[in-house]
Design a protein around this ligand. Sequence first.
Ligand SMILES: [Zn+2]
Length: 113
Amino acid sequence: MSSYKGHCHCGNTEWEAKLESDQQGHILCHCDTCKSLSGSTFTLNQIIPKAALSITKGEADLGKVMGPDKIVLRTGLLTEGIKNFKPAAEIFGKAKLPWEKEVAQTFETLPPS
Ligand SMILES: [Zn+2]
């Protein structure tokens, strides 16, 4: 397990995430919400237990993004790891733009749990 720091664009919120070795990769999400929020074709994420994420500055609404115990960590916002992490999977492949190439195992929606 390793710790990775991240922050939002404005810098008002900072966090630290503890990631197991099999979580040290990017999950590419192609869903329409991620397209709308990012203005791009996909976002870089990892789904982790809420307990693995600590807010170290500011406040963040951890909400119910992935149920009561899990949260989507935006690995694209980590200050470390973003360059070293490899694509681990692609989710919501059904919303992928037709010209996007597959870079990791792709699931139509979420992987089976
Ligand atoms: Zn998404």
